[in-house]
Design a protein around this ligand. Structure first.
Ligand SMILES: [Zn+2]
Length: 342
């Protein structure tokens, strides 16, 4: 995601249905060139779902998108962030400062607060982890040089006024929005569901195409959490998915199945590779994402591979050898023993 998007499209707003607008905001990343915030009308003005990333021009982009919908930033009295990644919550503190809006976020914010407090510290610990996973020194050092000192995308540390927790209901002109905790993509992830209109504000939990990412290092099994969150969201039986990136999409059961199939496919590929012998996480990443450029492979796909290895460890199927400086993963020995005949 770090590769710069040099010509971002300006912010754009469009009505989705009465009382609901999509605000498409530019992002500085080539692979993810824009993200969505949503404005929802309610009795007191506007509820904003997600904020976009913070930059020198980001408030102006948000205002431009709102203006195209006949809305204004001053109408925003409440902000809900689906999760604490910069492209969803980066502008929260700036909007709160400007409007005095109430801010609601998940209480599981350690992955964000640690990052904002010491971005290079987090970068270094991720690159140390990359070394442990078997990424060659020269690639790690190149990443350190490229990524050190980059802007966090947060205006300041967002300070929620209220916790977004499972079952919380928020009034809106669309009907009540109910919060469901959906960790996996990030520990702080929630979705909002409107049951009568069957709407799902899905953040990055569910996107119009399968694009898996996990914040690794905060919970024991992010991939397992993601699968549990998919099962939870499947039960909601929503009809229109308002995702954090891309257009609203309606094929929610198909999207959930496609996400499950992608996870199952990668777990299966790792199981098969480990059956042939021990591997490092970096070797497995190379196998799963052959031909991917170096930067997303280290920053995005290596953590994804690690999340699957951790999931297999929780399932009792794979074990790290605890090796240093490079750790190797192997099939857990008991798995090799044929089950006794019944
Ligand atoms: Zn995200």
């Amino acid at each position: 995601m770090g590769t710069a998007n040099r010509n971002p499209e300006p912010g754009r707003g469009e009505k989705v249905m009465p009382g609901l607008w999509r605000l498409r905001l530019p992002l500085p990343w080539q692979l993810v060139p824009h993200g969505n915030a949503f404005a929802v009308a309610d009795r007191d003005g506007l509820l904003l779902v997600d904020t976009g990333i913070h930059s020198k021009t980001s408030i102006r982009e948000l205002e431009r998108a709102l203006d195209q919908c006949g809305l204004s930033l001053d109408m925003v009295h409440r902000i809900v962030c689906t999760h604490a990644h910069a492209d969803h919550a980066g502008q929260a503190a700036a909007i709160v400062e400007r409007t005095g809006a109430e801010l609601l976020m998940s209480p599981n914010l350690a992955h964000m607060t640690g990052y904002i407090a010491d971005p290079d510290g987090l970068l270094n610990s991720r690159l140390d982890r990359a070394l442990l996973c078997g990424v060659p020194d020269e690639l790690v050092e190149r990443q350190r040089g490229l990524r050190a000192g980059l802007d966090t995308g947060f205006a300041a540390v967002p300070k929620p006024d209220r916790d977004l927790v499972e079952g919380l209901k928020l009034p809106s002109d669309l009907g009540e929005l109910t919060v469901y905790e959906t960790p996996g993509h990030a520990p702080s992830h929630v979705v909002l569901h409107q049951p009568e209109k069957r709407l799902l504000f899905s953040g990055d939990h569910l996107l119009g195409r399968v694009s898996l990412y996990y914040d690794v290092g905060y919970t024991p099994d992010p991939a397992g959490e993601f699968l549990d969150s998919l099962a939870k969201v499947a039960k909601l039986d929503a009809r229109l998915c308002l995702a954090g990136h891309g257009k609203p999409v309606s094929a929610i059961p198909e999207l959930i199945s496609a996400n499950r199939a992608a996870v199952d496919g990668r777990l299966g590929a790792i199981r098969a590779a480990l059956a042939d012998g021990p591997r490092t996480a970096w070797e497995l990443t190379g196998m799963l994402y052959e031909g991917m450029p170096e930067e997303p492979r280290i920053g995005w796909f290596l953590p994804e591979t690690l999340a699957y290895l951790q999931h297999l460890q929780v399932l009792g199927e794979a074990t790290p050898d605890g090796g240093s400086p490079v750790e190797t993963w192997a099939t857990t020995p008991d798995q090799d023993v044929a089950p006794a005949a019944a």
